[in-house]
Design a binder for this molecule. Sequence first.
Ligand code: DQA
Length: 147
Amino acid sequence: MRLLLINGPNLNLLGTREPEMYGSFSLEEIEEKLCMKAKQENIQLDCFQSNCEGALVDRIHQAIEQVDGILINAGAYTHTSIAIRDALLAVNIPYVELHLSNTYSREIFREKSFLADRALGIVSGFGLMSYHLAMDGLVSHLKKNIE
Ligand code: DQA
C-alpha cells in the first residue's frame, strides 16, 4: 500500500509556530514518526509540504495511479481552496482531512472546509495524534477495500 501525506502552508514552521496551538513537534519529526509507523505496517509513505497552492495541486495530480490514499493537512487552504478540492476530486483517490487544532473551536472562518464533505473522514484537534489517527482510519478503510 502506498500513501501520500500532504502538508500545506505554514506547516513547515511547526515546532516554533504558535506551539500552544500546534504543539512543539517540527514537521520533520511528525513525518519521521509517521514514516516509522508506516514502515512497521509495510506501507510506503511519501511526504510533501508546500506553501504554494499550485504546487499542492501539482503534487496531488502526480499521485494518480501512484498512491492508494492521501492524508492532507491543507492548513489555511482548507478554508479557501476550491483548486485543492477540485484536484482531490479529479484524481479520485480517497483522502482524509486532518488538523492539529480543533478548527471548530477557533475563529468562525475555520469552520468552513472545502475538503470535508468529500473526505473519507476528518480528524481535528489531537495534535500529533491527529496524523496517527488519520493514517489508522485511512489504512483500515483501504485494507477493507482490498479484502
Ligand atoms: C491547521 C488549521 C488551519 O485552520 C490553519 O490555517 C493551519 C493549521 C491545523 O492543523 O490545525 O495552518 O490546519
